[in-house]
Design a protein around this ligand. Structure first.
Ligand code: ATP
Length: 237
């Protein structure tokens, strides 16, 4: 059984049909990548999984349970953590306080261990521990956003364009950490990216979304080699 399974999911914003019957699944321990052009519905898909907006129809199963009607705080409690596009860290709080907020859903007994794990994963955050998060660089804020999500020990990590706006070296580091989280911690990850090359390279499986529908699916390496995908998403990559 898949950890996450979407069947025929449709999501609308008033008259706009952002998702038009999406079928995807993510198995335990997988990295699944979702690529697609601007406006394809990628962010809407992640937000729908989290519970806002709600799907108009279709089924979202998490660990065998229908979660269509659950609000974001309930899906978070079940173990779904999202790192949203634009990171949304708390800029006036320190790095460490952001981690503390991320841990509110977790077991307090795990706090020290998990904070140490994150600060080890991103040593630059250890250096910036008591600095206000708003003063961090874009890359550091992304590292903090990922760390904050990890503090709740999620069962499923949703990442919305983690490489957006970052320098190539930082992008490489972020993707290395994503691959490492999966390998060493067995973290199940659904990754949305415009940076198709890196995102397909580390994916076990991937989907291409266009105008609210899945138009292609396959292994990460398979899609990376697919001429249509290369033409549409990998020019210059
Ligand atoms: P991007 O990479 O630009 O973020 P995306 O693939 O994540 O694109 P979505 O942001 O999910 O795409 O948008 C899907 C469609 O829904 C687009 O047509 C978009 O204009 C529309 N849309 C997204 N958010 C809203 C909203 N809050 N209200 C109305 N329409 C929206």
């Amino acid at each position: 059984m898949s950890l996450l399974q979407l069947t025929g999911v449709r999501t609308n914003y008033g008259p706009i049909e952002a998702l038009r019957g999406v079928d995807i699944h993510v198995n335990q321990g997988e990295i699944v990548t979702l690529i697609g052009a601007n406006g394809a519905g990628k962010s809407t898909l992640l937000m729908t999984i989290c519970g806002q907006p709600k799907p108009a129809s279709g089924t979202i199963l998490f660990d065998g349970k229908v979660i269509n009607d659950l609000p974001p705080h309930e899906t978070a409690k079940l173990g779904i953590a999202q790192v949203p596009e634009g990171r949304r860290i708390f800029p006036r709080m320190t790095v460490f306080e952001n981690l503390q907020l991320g841990a509110t859903l977790g077991n307090p007994a795990h706090f020290d261990e998990d904070a140490a794990y994150c600060l080890d994963l991103f040593p630059i955050l250890a250096k910036r521990r008591d600095q206000r998060a708003g003063t961090l660089s874009g890359g550091e804020q992304q590292m903090l956003a990922i760390s904050r999500a990890l503090m709740s020990r999620p069962r499923l990590l949703l990442l919305d364009e983690p490489s957006l706006g970052l320098a190539p070296l930082i992008i490489r580091l972020i993707f290395e950490v994503i691959a490492d989280l999966n390998k060493t911690r067995g973290m199940t990850i659904l990754l949305v990216e415009q940076n198709a090359y890196h995102a397909l390279k580390l994916a076990h499986r991937a989907y291409v979304l266009a105008q609210g529908q899945v138009v292609l699916e396959g292994g990460g390496a398979e899609l990376l080699a697919n001429p249509e995908v290369r033409a549409a998403y990998l020019e210059g990559g």
